[in-house]
Each structure stands twice: as C-alpha cells, then as structure tokens.
Design a protein around this ligand. Structure first.
Ligand SMILES: NC(=O)c1ccc[n+]([C@@H]2O[C@H](COP(=O)([O-])OP(=O)(O)OC[C@H]3O[C@@H](n4cnc5c(N)ncnc54)[C@H](OP(=O)(O)O)[C@@H]3O)[C@@H](O)[C@H]2O)c1
Length: 435
C-alpha cells in the first residue's frame, strides 16, 4: 500500500494525516452539478466580472495560515527539525489558494498552507502541480456564479492544469511517477502546489507536447473541437464565423478549422495593435480577421462563402454581427458572454433566414454525454493535433502562488494576448516567466 516514492524528501511528508477535507470535497464536487440555471445567470456565468479585478492590488499578500492541528505530524516534524540540526529539512506543507465564501477573487481568495499530504490509498495518486490556468469559468466559480458550486468553506479553485505524478497507490497501473496528468473531472482544485487524488479522475498526457499545451488542454481546445463537430455538418471549404477570436477557444477554433479544411471569419475587438493581432491570427490559419464595423465589407471583399456556423462568446452587438452574416438556415452557438450583454436575435434573422440559436457547455452537458472515456478520447485527439503540428498552444504567462494577486491583475488587462496561469509548485524566486 505504500507509495513508491521517487524523492526521499517526500517520504517524510507522507506521515499519516487524514486530510479528510480534501477527499471529502473531492467527491462532493462530482455530485454537485446544478443544472437548473436561470438564463440571466448563465450570461454572467461565462463572463468575467468587470472591474473587480482592480481592487486591493496594493494589499499585502494574504497571511499563510497553517491548518495543522496542535500535535499533528506537521507540528511534530516542524519542531523536531527546528532543533534537529543536521536532520533532513522538514517537508513543506502544500500551499493553495483557498476561499471560504463566494466573492471577487482578490477579496475572497487567500494563500494558505494545507495539511501535509497523506499517503496514497490503493487507487490514488499524489500530484505536484506545474501549471494551472486561470480561466473565466474559474473566476465565475470563485464568485459563486458558476453552476458547479464549490464546497465551502475551504474550497481550492482551478478546473484545469497539468500536474506531475509523484507517487501512485498499489492498485494504480495506468500511471507512474514522472507522468504528466490533466484532470478528467472538473473542480479538482488545481490552484495548489500538491495534493492526493483519485487516479480515475486524471488522464496521462505525453510530456513532448510541452507544458503550455498540457496545462491548457482540458477546457478550451475540446470546446473548439466539439463546437465545430456537434452542431452543423461542415464540408471542407465551408466557412465558420466567430467573435472573441483572440480567446484561447477562438485560437483553437482557427487552427482546428484549418486542419479540417474549413475557412474562418474572425471578429476581434478594436484595439491599438489591431494589425499585429490580425497577423498573429492569420499565422494560425485565420482566413479573415476583422472588426464589427468592417465585417460586412471585408467579408464581401474576401469572396468567402457565407458561414453556416457562427460561434459566440461575447454577446451583444458582437453576437448580432456574427448572426447577420450567417447563411440561410445557419446556426449560432453561444458558449460565453464576455461582454455581459445578452444575445438578442434580430427578427429578420429569424424570419428570413431561420437561424437556429444553440448553446454549448463543455463541463456540463458535453462532459456528461461523453463520460470519462469520451472525455479522455477528446483529450487524446487534441494531443494528436499538437503532435501533428496542427495546433499551437496559447502563450501563457505564469505566476508563482505567492504572486497570485499580480496574476489576477494581469488577467484583467484587455487585449492581453496570453493566458494567465499559476505555477503552483514553483519557488517564489523562480517567479514569473513564460512557462
Ligand atoms: N461553454 C463552454 O463550455 C466554454 C468552454 C470554454 C470557454 N468558454 C467561454 O469562452 C470564453 C473565452 O474563454 P477563454 O478561456 O478562451 O478566454 P481567454 O483566453 O481568457 O480570452 C478572453 C477573451 O475574451 C475577450 N473579451 C474580454 N472581455 C471582453 C469584452 N468586454 N467584450 C468583448 N470581448 C471581451 C478577449 O478579447 P481581447 O483580446 O480583446 O481582450 C479575449 O478574446 C469565456 O466566456 C469562457 O467562459 C465556455
């Protein structure tokens, strides 16, 4: 039952600790898909909250709160080593961003020490987190506006990330220490340096795809792939239109569409560096990149056929702009609401073109329909695309956990052009690099 350990220093860390909290939370998360969701809540659920990110940036970092009880192994080892001279360094407790109440991330989150890792049970693995993105749905989860409710108090957010397997339980044959894994189930809590988890909830990814690709594998590329395949039967040469084209999903849509021989019409917000953004997206395979104002003229000039499928993660006028250029009988799929504006359907689009308005939710309906095997298969298809050179990962800017407030500040910047991720097991000195 003992985990085969790679690192002697970790052996000491496995002093028995119940760590029930984490385990308990883990199972509850799975069962807590709340599927009854009012329409107005959904719009908010996929958009970041606006100005909140700017608060309290000057605040000192939250204090670390050791959560070990008096007399626990953590205390015992800490005091043993403090008087122990040449004894091995005391194991470091894992650290995590934690929240007890819903709220804006800068107000609600705190960096805390967690109890020392407990030993792996037979079907468990111990993980060290390498890179854990901050996605819009993570922010909404902390705010209490995502339909997958965290178990409060003491929730560790983070639906996505890549971790290295450090140890495996006696019945785990699929994974070995050193493997990289990504979560197959939401709400595992990736904003932590290390943890013990059920092996069944994690999927191995090859290291050769690189850290950024692995860290961002679970949510956005499968969303792009599923939206291109599940709504409209598209043939090579057909056109897909989207807004929010600079998003991680948007960049994956451009690349996967190109690999399928589809053409893309891409809307971006007007910005100071528009020409640079246009060339970046074109280099990924975009056929047309333009703004709302110029869309109609640019589409006409491009000679591209009218799109059959439109993808909307913005709402408001950007959703109308995409709807307006769809072919008769076309479909608009809404999957996000970054502008916080509702999706309004023009009367003409409905009467004269019979446009269908649909919605996509990866973590909810799609995941449920796929089951773990289908989700793993989708991840493997994305891995194959990376290995074939059809996909490039998004740019990722990483922050050590101690710099989490700076990470949220970076997240709030418009036109940032990269994902923001935590590097949860990085030492503070290694801070802030490109993954
Ligand atoms: N339904 C699902 O299953 C599902 C799955 C994955 C993602 N999503 C949703 O997809 C969207 C994109 O996620 P992501 O992780 O790919 O995003 P991301 O990489 O963090 O990029 C954010 C995108 O939102 C745009 N944006 C931000 N604020 C905006 C505003 N006020 N008006 C218009 N555009 C704005 C940004 O444009 P600039 O470059 O101009 O700043 C950028 O394109 C989010 O709404 C997310 O919740 C949904």
């Amino acid at each position: 039952m003992l985990c085969p350990l790679r690192q002697a220093s970790l052996r000491a860390a496995f002093a028995r600790q119940s760590y029930q909290q984490q385990h308990h939370h883990h199972h509850h998360h799975q069962a807590r898909l709340v599927l009854t969701l009012a329409a107005d809540r959904l719009a908010a659920a996929t958009a970041p909250l606006p100005s909140a990110h700017h608060h309290h940036l000057a605040n000192a970092p939250a204090p670390l709160r050791p959560t070990s009880a008096p007399g626990s192994p953590l205390r015992a080892m800490a005091s043993a080593s403090s008087g122990g001279g040449a004894a091995a360094a005391a194991p470091k407790p894992p650290r995590a961003l934690v929240h007890d109440k819903p709220g804006e991330p800068l107000d609600a989150l705190e960096l805390r020490n967690l109890p020392l890792l407990r030993e792996c049970g037979p079907g468990e693995i111990q993980l060290r987190f390498l890179q854990s993105p901050i996605n819009p749905s993570d922010v909404n989860t902390v705010q209490g506006k995502y339909p997958i409710q965290p178990q409060l108090p003491g929730a560790v957010p983070g639906h996505e990330g890549v971790a290295e397997v450090v140890a495996v339980g006696s019945e785990v044959s699929r994974l070995s220490p050193g493997d990289w894994v990504v979560p197959l189930a939401p709400a595992q809590g990736t904003w932590r340096s290390a943890g013990t988890f059920a092996a069944a909830d994690w999927h191995r990814v090859p290291r050769d795809i690189g850290l950024e690709a692995a860290a961002t594998l679970v949510i956005n590329p499968p969303t792009a792939l599923a939206m291109l395949e599940n709504f409209v039967e598209l043939q090579p040469g057909d056109t897909v239109a989207q807004n929010g084209a600079t998003s991680a999903v948007g960049e994956a849509v451009i690349q996967i569409a190109r690999a399928k021989g589809l053409r893309t019409v891409n809307l971006v917000r007007n910005r100071p560096d528009l020409a640079a953004t246009v060339s970046r997206l074109k280099a990924l395979g975009a056929d047309l990149v333009t703004t709302e104002e110029r869309l109609k003229d640019d589409l006409k000039a491009s000679g591209l056929p009218a799109p059959l499928l439109g993808l909307n993660c913005v709402g408001g006028s950007a959703a109308q702009a995409v709807t307006r250029i769809l072919q008769d009988g076309g479909t608009l799929v809404t999957y996000g609401g970054m502008s916080m504006q509702p999706v309004t359907a023009s009367t003409a689009a409905m009467i004269f073109k019979d446009i269908s308005f649909r919605g996509f939710w990866l973590t909810g309906r799609w995941s449920k329909a796929q089951g773990p095997a289908g989700r793993a298969a989708a991840m493997d298809r994305i891995v194959d695309m990376y290995r074939a050179g059809a996909l490039q990962p998004p740019a990722v800017r990483t922050f050590a956990l101690g710099r989490w407030r700076e990470a949220f500040a970076a997240l709030a910047a418009p036109h940032r052009g990269h994902k923001v991720a935590l590097a949860p097991s990085a030492e503070e000195e290694e801070d802030e690099g490109r993954g």
